[in-house]
Write a protein that binds this ligand. Structure first.
Ligand code: TXA
Ligand code: MG
Length: 315
């Protein structure tokens, strides 16, 4: 299949209307979109990514009014969080509308809904005329793509079109919050922090993922975000002595900086989060064997950043 590259959301939307799948930028990571009401189009996502079919997809809307087309109930908790954080990097899990084919949600009776704040994503989804389901636009098991070039490296020849934007701003996937019950539960940490959610609904809980428990969010049981290189978390910038081709990413210059093949020092946690997945990919291309990641405090955005680093380190 030929993959069209375009920066025009109208051109990209034509492919969705023709039943094809299209990669597009959002503020978190690039997504791979299909018409939510077309089971055939959705099936193409699973094929292109090599994604397990028991992993549900997130629905993307360009207007709050469209949420009622794909959910059967907007709970009070959801209403509050929508008012506070939409559009933005937050996914809210709600009961699914009967019109949404079950392949979209891997058979679940709930659906994750998000309204991206990225202007190009909004224009594109609006031009499609339907909500889109979209997982991250990477091959299953690889780090999520934060540039269109990484999408192209993974999916050229497998999808109809890539809508080209800048490198994504947040760099980590959206916060996922289950709002089907009275008390919201954070299933995946992200750029909308637990602290921000608790400002709106103080009872909001976070369930730290435990690999021995059945996953509440099915995608969490898969190995994610992992580069080929081994990822090692270091508590401070005193990374151990170097024996192989190693790389380092963190907030502080490591003591033995010159012995690393690659070093990326980030100004703050925001820049660290934005850079992480691309750094992983660049290290793999350079044949790096071990990536040392400096640990940060697990509060604010640091909770999401450490979640992704821990998953990458966990084999
Ligand atoms: O930022 C993002 O969320 C990006 C962009 C493209 O919007 N999308 C993304 O999708 O990260 P994906 O498919 O890579 O991750 C979706 C996550 C998975 O962990 C999945 O299990 C969970 O959301 N999820 C989706 N629907 C769910 C549901 N109904 N109940 C519980 N978890 C759900
Ligand atoms: Mg993903």
């Amino acid at each position: 299949m030929q993959t069209t590259l375009t920066d025009n959301p109208m051109v990209a939307a034509e492919f969705i209307r023709a039943g094809e799948i299209v990669a597009f930028p959002t503020e978190t990571v690039y997504g791979l979109g299909a018409n939510i009401f077309s089971a055939d189009a959705i099936q193409k996502i699973f094929t292109a990514k090599g994604r397990p079919t028991d992993n549900p997809l997130i629905a993307h809307v360009s207007r709050v009014e469209d949420i009622s087309r794909i959910t059967s109930k907007i709970t009070l908790a959801a209403q509050k969080l929508i008012t506070a954080f939409f559009p933005g990097p937050l996914t809210i899990v709600l009961p699914k509308h009967a019109d949404v084919p079950s392949v979209a949600t891997a058979g679940l009776e709930t659906i994750g809904v998000r309204m991206p704040r990225h202007p190009l994503a909004q224009k594109f989804i609006a031009a499609c005329g339907v909500p889109l389901v979209a997982p991250s636009a990477n091959l299953s098991g690889k780090p999520s793509p934060t540039t269109w070039q990484t999408v192209a490296a993974d999916l050229t020849g497998k999808i109809a079109c890539i809508l080209q934007g800048e490198q994504t701003d947040v760099g980590l996937e959206s916060t996922v919050v289950d709002c089907t019950a009275e008390i919201p539960v954070v299933l995946r940490a992200g750029a909308i922090t637990l602290e921000q959610l608790q400002e709106i609904i103080p009872a909001t809980k976070f369930v730290a993922h435990d690999n021995n428990q059945p996953a509440r969010s099915p995608g969490l049981k898969y190995r994610h975000y992992s580069p080929q290189a081994r990822v090692v978390i270091v508590p401070n910038f005193n990374a151990p002595a170097i024996t192989k081709l190693c790389a380092y990413i963190g907030l502080h210059i490591p003591v033995n900086a010159s012995s690393f093949a690659r070093v990326q020092i980030c100004q703050d946690v925001t820049e660290y989060a934005r850079s992480l997945f691309l750094f992983f990919r660049e290290c793999d291309e350079a044949g790096v064997q071990e990536i040392f990641c400096e640990a940060v405090a697990e509060s604010g955005l640091g909770l999401a950043l450490m979640d992704r680093i821990k998953r990458a380190a966990h084999r």
